[in-house]
Every structure is written in C-alpha cells, then in structure tokens.
Design a protein around this ligand. Structure first.
Ligand code: SF4
Length: 480
C-alpha cells in the first residue's frame, strides 16, 4: 500500500534524475551520482538507483528505500565507469516495488542504454501496446520503461535519430537522462514542465573535469560543479568526449514549467529556469501580505517551504516573524498512514508548537498549500491549545482544485478539500479565524512570469499545457 503523511496532505514530487560524464576515463562517476542523488532525495524516497558504464558495459544497482539505504561504499565501488546516471523515485504510475525502480537498463545487439525519467507520459498505454504488439516485453508497470524500449527499438538508426524519434513519439512531461555506451544524453519535454539543468565540473577538482545533468541546481552544487544553464524545453543534448551537442526536437512551444516546483517541491537553494526558489517564496509571502493582510502579533511559517513566505509576509505587513511551529525531520515520507484517522495521528507526530512563542498572541500561519486540510486543521488546534488568541491561515499557492497529470501525485479530486468547499466553508472546517490564498496573478508575479517565463497552473485552474483526457488543454491565459 502506498500512503504517507505527505501523500495524505501534500502534493508529492515523483522523481529526481542525475547524470554525470567525466572527461577522464580512469575516474569513477558513481560516487558523484551518489552525492547528486543525496541532494535530490526530497524529490523521491521510495527507491534509488545508479547505472554506470565501463568498457561499453552498463552495470546498474537499485533498490527500495533512501539513497543511503540502497548504497554503501562497497556497492558504489562496484559501479565502475566514467559516466553514470541516477534516479530517486516516488511512484504515481506503476506500483511501489523494485521492478519499477530506475534507471531502466536495456542491453541489445548494438549496445546498451540506461534511462532515468522524471515526469509522466500521457500516451504511455498506447505506446506500450504498440511495443507489445511488436513483441517487446516489459518487466515493470512503469511508464518510463516505455522510453527505454522505444530507444532500444530505434537504436539501429543511430543514437541521435533513435533519441529524436523516441522523443517525438512520447507525449507528456519528461526530464530524461540517458546513458549509452559512450555518451550521456539529456532531454526536456517541449513545454519544459519538469526541470533539468546542466553543470560543469572543473579540471581542478577530484573529478578532473566533466559534465553534470540534474533535476535541480542544488545537485550540481553538491558535487562541486558550476551551474551552466537550464536545458531548454524541447532540447536534446548529447555529451560525449568533452563535447556538448544541442538539438531542438520540437517546434518552439510555450514554456509551462510546473509552478508547484517553486511553491513546494524544489529545494530553496535551487534555481530553476533563472528563477531562484527561495526568492520566489519570499516574494509569494510579500504578495500574500499585500493581498490579504490581517492584524496580528506574530507570523510563523509551516516548515519547511512556508518559512521563507512567512519572512516575506512579515516584511510586507510589519508583523513580527517567529519560529512557532517545529517539524520532526525524522517522520519520513514513507510513514504508513492508510486512512484519515492514521493520517491525523501522523500529523500530530510531525508538527508541534513552541507554546511560549504563541501564547496570548494573534498568530498568522503561512503554509505552502492546502491539499486535504489535515495539517492545517491540526495546526489550528494545537496553536489554540497552546494559548494563541487568534489563528489566521495564509497560503502561498491558490486553492488546489484539480489533479496533476504530469508527474505529481495528487489525491482524487473529491479529496482535494478546495474542490469541495468555498474558502469560507474551508475556513470554518479548519477552525481558523480567517483564511486566504494567494491569487493566481499573485503566484505568477512571485515567479516573475512574462512572455518568456510561463508556467503550468493546471492543478489550480484546470487548464493544462498538454491535452489530457477529460480535461481542458491550454496554457491558461493567465499563465502568460
Ligand atoms: S498540474 Fe502543473 S502546476 Fe500542478 S503540480 Fe502538475 S505540473 Fe505542477
């Protein structure tokens, strides 16, 4: 059974990908992949895997659990080779089992490849059926295996053609890293929904120079690399023998980066598509303060992503900022919470209040999002119990009313509390004195949205950048 505190009350990132290509064939890339994956651990905690290539042979280790559970010094040492790809996973498509852990490796007559994918293919079922009809077998239920099998099927056309033909065939969201016998490849879907960036390793460091691809720039920092640039939507890059070749495989399409990456998923020290995540959270708080200020004595953020927004809100409204809510870092995302009663218990373990900070005060709490409402209800209750005179909730994303089809785990629409309730009804249900969400326009302002920088807002507006069955399919006119 797949259930957790975070699954219960937060949207859930699905995966993180990492790739490294070292110029020196005698250096080992797997340990860098290990450190890269550790810094992407927040993007997936169910399974982890690394594949490395040596003398045209790809070897792979993967397993269930955190990066530190799956790998140790011995397993990393066994993965020899100067190029590697890695993956951390939280599943939405395909069940939670080791068969679905990535990277997926395919060995065939002309070579071998390993693929790590973040995102969701919207036409995976159709492509899978076509491949099965052509006699190609699958070992997993993951849509990512469709990609590896398609590349393998097309490989006789040559690497570049196999990749572009595959990528043109698949639909949906993807940030891909692919390891071949002699190259590292990166690709990002034509809307750039999921992030992917390029970094460079200097010749002065222990790696002796090379290239890195990662879901977030924090992973490039973690391995001592230098951020070079984001991979563009619809761009394919092939890294081989210290050469970085870039190809555009789609018509110029409007960028539709997942806005939730900035609200909640990404690490605050990452920069995605030139927008720094921490700065966007501070701005969201400032805008919330401008849009829905309330008289209060203290503003506190719900850790972790609510904290920068609380700082911004405090600055904008002149409200004192404090650390009134504590989060246990050790209640992991894999904590089993199969029903609502168990989820509420889990939330009690996860958050507590510093009583002396809030007693007798009118408190504003800033959260990144409200999904089911379990966390907010519990926080209001424990703040009141600790003596807070008033509790006001401000949320730095608009109400989540629609599911995500692009790699983020969302509850059924009926369980999205904002889909079922007006803001007034929700405020009463949470037991708060007032409740307000940032507007869609406010969120876009926090992300510096403009003609060049446009965002996916699907889970807030129901308007999606790619056709999805049963849903409207367009970039929101407000999505700019
Ligand atoms: S619908 Fe769009 S904005 Fe919402 S989580 Fe999915 S990709 Fe992100």
């Amino acid at each position: 059974m797949k259930s957790s505190i975070e699954l219960g009350d937060k949207l859930h990132e699905e995966c993180g990908v990492f790739g490294v290509f070292l110029n020196d064939p005698l250096r080992d890339a797997a340990s860098l992949a290990y450190y890269g994956l550790l810094s992407l651990q927040h993007r997936g905690q169910e399974s982890a895997g690394i594949a490395a290539v040596r003398e045209k042979t790809i070897d792979c280790r993967k397993g269930m659990g955190l990066v530190g559970d799956v790998f140790n010094a011995d397993t990393i040492a066994q993965l020899r080779g100067s190029a590697a790809v890695g993956h951390v996973r939280y599943s939405t498509t395909g069940s939670s089992c080791v068969e679905n852990a990535q990277p997926f490796v395919s060995r065939f007559k002309l070579g071998s490849i390993a693929v790590a994918h973040n995102g969701t293919l919207t036409n995976a079922d159709v492509v899978r059926e076509l491949l099965e009809d052509a006699g190609i077998g699958f070992i997993s239920s993951s849509d990512s295996e469709v990609i590896v099998n398609l590349i393998a099927k097309n490989y006789k056309k040559g690497l570049e053609k196999a990749l572009t033909d595959t990528i043109k065939f698949i639909k949906g969201s993807y940030a891909l890293v692919v390891l071949t016998d002699d190259a590292l490849v990166g690709a990002r879907d034509p809307n750039g929904i999921r992030p992917l960036c390029l970094g460079k390793l200097g010749t002065a460091g222990p790696s002796n120079g090379g290239w890195v691809l990662a879901s977030e720039s924090c992973a490039i920092d973690a391995v001592g690399g230098e951020f070079v640039r984001d991979i563009e939507p619809g761009e394919l890059i092939i890294i081989n023998n210290d050469e970085v070749l870039s190809f555009s495989f789609s018509e110029k399409t409007r960028r539709a980066v997942c806005s939730f990456e900035y609200v909640y998923f990404a690490r605050p020290d990452s920069i995605i598509d030139k927008v720094d995540v921490y700065g966007s959270r501070i701005r969201a708080g400032e805008i919330l303060g401008r849009e829905s200020a309330v008289s209060a004595d203290l503003v506190v953020g719900v850790p972790d992503s609510g904290v920068p927004a609380a700082i911004g809100y405090g600055r904008a409204t002149g409200t004192l900022f404090g650390l009134g809510i504590v989060k246990s870092k050790y209640v992991g995302r894999t904590f089993i919470a199969p029903d609502q009663a168990a989820r509420e218990k889990a939330v009690s373990v996860k958050h507590n209040v510093i009583g002396r900070e809030v007693r007798g005060k009118r408190v504003v709490i800033i959260d990144d999002s409200i999904v089911r409402g379990t966390t907010s209800r519990r926080l209001v209750s424990i703040l009141r119990k600790a003596g807070a005179k008033e509790v006001h909730i401000r949320v730095c994303s608009p109400p989540v009313r629609f599911p995500c089809y692009f790699g983020i785990d969302t509850p059924h629409r009926k369980d999205l509390i904002s889909n079922e309730n007006s803001v007034t009804e929700l405020c009463t249900s949470l037991g708060a004195d007032s409740l307000a969400f940032i507007s869609v326009e406010g969120l876009l302002e926090s992300l510096d949205a403009n003609e060049e920088n446009s965002y996916c807002l699907g889970c807030f507006t129901g308007e999606y950048p790619i056709p999805v069955s049963g849903e409207e399919a367009s970039i929101s006119p407000r999505g700019r």
